[in-house]
Design a protein. Structure first.
Length: 360
């Protein structure tokens, strides 16, 4: 009974928060991928509800889709959360590789997906067959190991980026990292469930835990984003023009984009290790939302992506035109540590600063 309520609640709330994140551009965030993530999870919650209530025979075309979609959860979340927080994008090769398990399982099980309802019901009637149970247990373990590894990768990447940028740029992300730790612990616990319990019990326990985590994460984000929107609404009462929420025309975007370029060409601003989007917006005399909108449309980047790119370009000039040591160039380019500088430099140029220096 409790399990039904939790999974049903998660299913309903996945739809609600999916719509919310679709509207998140109102506060200057790209929530479209996060909206898609919660839509995917609404399908997973529906499948989990069918499994929990042993009702798959009423919807045979959902048989075997749970594990397939489960392989999409972590890769899609990785893309969605980086877009939402405006982080420098993950390595494209790693992203492509993260979709291989989903594609492999899709190809392997495609004949089953294309089979008739009658054939799928025959398979369902044999679900307690030892061979089928072993297959389910293997797929269950593989999906949770895979998702745990991807979420660990997301956590490590957040840690690395928090070293590269001002802590003031990572206040919300630090809260998110704590949520990630909880999820990773639960994923690892779910793997142990598959080894200890009957596979059906393991699936139900893991589904309930993941459903609770999603509900908590989603509503925490809704609360924080609504608080941010409420704060800007209050500020708009004191300066209506500055906090105007209108969609900027192209001429205005170009005008403000050029102004941002000029500001970031000044070492005093670019090399400020505590530079944040709100500080840049103050320099522009616009709201955070408008500043973010201009950066997204004029540069086709987020604030942090643009800041990293400009600082890397600054370091390239120093590497070409000076004989300064790498550590000095790191700090003179606005980075907080040598490790974060080398990591960012490699992601942008494909080389380390030393390798680039030797080639010039």
């Amino acid at each position: 009974m409790i399990g039904n309520i939790i999974i049903s609640g998660a299913l309903l709330q996945c739809f609600v928060v999916s719509y919310f994140f679709l509207q998140s551009d109102k506060i200057g965030r790209n929530g479209k991928y996060l909206s898609l993530f919660f839509l995917l999870n609404s399908i997973l919650m529906f499948i989990n509800l069918l499994v929990y209530n042993q009702a798959l025979d009423k919807y045979p075309h959902f048989i075997k889709l749970g594990f397939l979609f489960a392989f999409l959860v972590a890769p899609l979340f990785m893309i969605a959360i980086e877009k939402y927080f405006g982080l420098p994008f993950e390595n494209k090769i790693f992203i492509a590789l993260s979709f291989i398990p989903f594609l492999s399982l899709l190809i392997y099980q495609l004949p089953f997906y294309l089979s008739s309802s009658e054939e799928k019901l025959v398979y369902l009637s044999q679900i307690d067959n030892p061979d089928h149970e072993i297959q389910r247990r293997i797929l269950f373990t593989l999906t949770f190991v895979f998702n745990a590894l991807i979420f660990i990768r997301i956590y490590i990447r957040f840690r690395h980026l928090s070293e590269e940028f001002s802590k003031n740029n990572f206040i919300e992300q630090q809260k998110f990292q704590k949520n990630l730790i909880v999820l990773i612990i639960w994923l690892i616990a779910s793997i142990s469930f598959a080894l200890i319990f009957d596979i059906e019990i393991a699936e139900n326990l893991s589904s309930l835990g993941f459903a609770l985590w999603m509900i908590a994460f989603a509503w925490q984000r809704v609360y924080l984003d609504q608080s941010e929107l409420s704060q800007e609404t209050k500020q708009s009462l004191t300066d209506p023009e500055k906090y105007k929420k209108s969609f900027l025309n192209e001429d205005k975007v170009n005008e403000l984009g050029l102004k941002i370029n000029l500001l970031l060409a000044q070492d005093e601003i670019l090399l400020d290790s505590e530079l944040t989007l709100p500080k840049l917006a103050i320099q522009m005399n616009v709201s955070n939302h408008i500043c973010s909108q201009v950066i997204n449309r004029y540069f086709n980047k987020s604030f942090l992506e643009l800041l990293r790119e400009k600082r890397i370009y600054k370091s390239l000039e120093l590497l070409k035109n000076t004989e300064l040591p790498i550590l000095r160039i790191c700090y003179d380019s606005g980075f907080n540590s040598k490790n974060s500088f080398i990591r960012a430099f490699r992601e942008v140029t494909g080389k380390t600063p030393s390798e680039y220096k030797k080639g010039t």
